[in-house]
Design a binder for this molecule. Structure first.
Ligand code: PLP
Length: 432
């Protein structure tokens, strides 16, 4: 039997030549390959990092590699603390649960949010006993119309949940000003906006805490995975508690093996109601979940972060090129507005059609020509069975038009000149 390092080396050589099927098709064949809207920007390095951790690492579940990834992530995106979970949706759930506990929000307190976006931004509010208060969108950035926010503020408003549309933020200065004037928190769903800057600062600078997704379509991917970041240490401890069964103990990786734990008092008199020594590992301060990632996801994340500058640059390039090509051939179509202070890192390339007829024709044309399209997610979430009880969808006319008029193409970092040339050749055959 070969030594394990030789086996891993052989596997690496194999993977350089034999790409797994789930990797975005890197040798694009015009007319045969699909122009996928996104996919993991991986090569053999991510797979080798995962395999090496799985085979030779010390931890199956969140351990040393997750911990390293969290630290590197905080450093890259400018927050003090980051905590990895198993998805962006889990990140939202834990984020709101922790904020509610930390700030002492009551059931029924209100969070302002757009009715158009990803469902688990809104479900996290409801699942934590808070009330989503919707603000209709505008047709420039497609975010909630910041001019309408003030009308929706009440004595119970505790926060606003900002989820920049496909990476492109609303006026963050205006939101910050309102939050100071009315004393509520600005919370970020950064699942689609990793890397976006406002006034040359990370968006996380404007948020009390924010969530990220590492699902394959997103800026970086760990397969499944998510992150929650903040500058507040106590909040970070609550993130750990809510996602690790509700327990109080926050030892990670080899700290789990310390006889006295990270706190130094593992065996102590932790409970007022129990007159004796108890193990900190089994003290429960929140009613939590199990939303932990595996350690191999942390090692994939570390490789992905090392590519982030390249991903950021390529996503911006893909968006501007795809947008310019398509707008050049289609009448009645617009791109979205990028506000002056934003340096947007795109999740996709959004388009606004003048009417439903154009959207239906154009989407069908692109799909037939193997160019993948996506709706802007659910459209108005209040149209959907699980959400219709939250408010009357008729109050949000702009949101109701999203399914009629909006779609997006990819802004994937994988696109190269072959892809751009193919899209251009397809668009040349479009008939207005
Ligand atoms: C804005 C936004 N929030 C949350 C999520 C959920 O992330 P995940 O798929 O990792 O659960 C997504 C998913 O695409 C998203 O786009």
């Amino acid at each position: 039997m070969d030594n394990i390092n030789d086996i891993l080396k052989t596997l690496e050589e194999y993977l350089k030549v034999n790409k797994p099927k789930y990797l975005y098709n890197q040798s694009f064949v015009p007319g045969i390959s699909q122009v996928l809207y996104s996919g993991p920007y991986w090569d053999e390095r991510e797979i080798m990092a995962a395999m090496t951790t799985f085979i030779t690492g010390k931890w199956v579940v969140a351990g040393e590699n997750v911990h390293k990834f969290e630290s590197a992530f905080s450093k890259m995106f400018g927050t003090k603390y980051s905590h990895m979970v198993n998805s962006g949706s889990s990140a939202n759930l834990v984020l709101i649960a922790a904020l509610k506990k930390y700030f002492g929000w009551k059931d029924g307190d209100e969070i302002i949010v757009s009715p158009v976006g990803f469902p688990t931004t809104i479900s996290a509010i409801v699942q934590n006993g808070l009330k989503p208060v919707f603000v209709d969108i505008e047709y420039k950035t497609l975010n909630f119309d910041v001019k309408l926010i003030e009308n929706k503020i009440t004595s119970r408003t505790v926060g606003i949940f900002v989820s920049p549309v496909l990476g492109n933020p609303p006026d963050m200065d205006f939101i910050e000003k309102l939050s100071i004037q009315y004393n509520f928190k600005v919370i970020g769903d950064s699942c689609d906006s990793m890397g976006t800057k406002w006034n040359n600062k990370h968006l996380s600078d404007y948020y009390v805490a924010s969530s990220y997704s590492f699902y394959p379509a997103h800026h970086i991917s760990t397969g499944e995975g998510g992150m929650i970041s903040t500058n507040i240490e106590e909040l970070k401890k609550l993130f750990v508690s809510f996602s690790w069964w509700g327990r109080d103990c926050y030892c990670v990786g080899s700290a789990n093996l310390l006889s006295c734990g990270t706190c130094g008092n593992r065996f102590d008199k932790w409970l007022d109601t129990y007159d004796g020594i108890i193990d900190h590992k089994y003290i429960f301060t929140t009613m939590g979940y199990n939303l932990k990632p595996m350690d191999l996801q942390g090692s994939i994340g570390l490789v992905q972060l090392s590519k982030f500058e390249e991903i950021d640059r390529k996503r911006k390039q893909s968006k501007s090129t795809i947008e310019a090509i398509v707008l050049n051939y289609v009448l009645g179509l617009k791109g979205v507005t990028v506000l002056d202070n934003s340096d947007t890192c795109w999740f996709g390339t959004p388009f606004i059609c003048e009417d439903k007829i154009l959207k239906d024709r154009l989407v069908a044309f692109l799909e037939v020509n193997k160019i993948q399209t996506r709706n802007y997610f659910a459209g108005n979430i209040l149209l959907h069975p699980a959400y219709e009880h939250l408010d009357d969808y008729k109050n949000y006319p702009n949101a109701n038009d999203v399914l009629n008029k909006i779609f997006f193409l990819g802004a994937a970092p994988h696109y190269d000149n072959n892809v751009f040339e193919y899209v251009e050749n397809v668009m040349k055959t479009w008939k207005n």
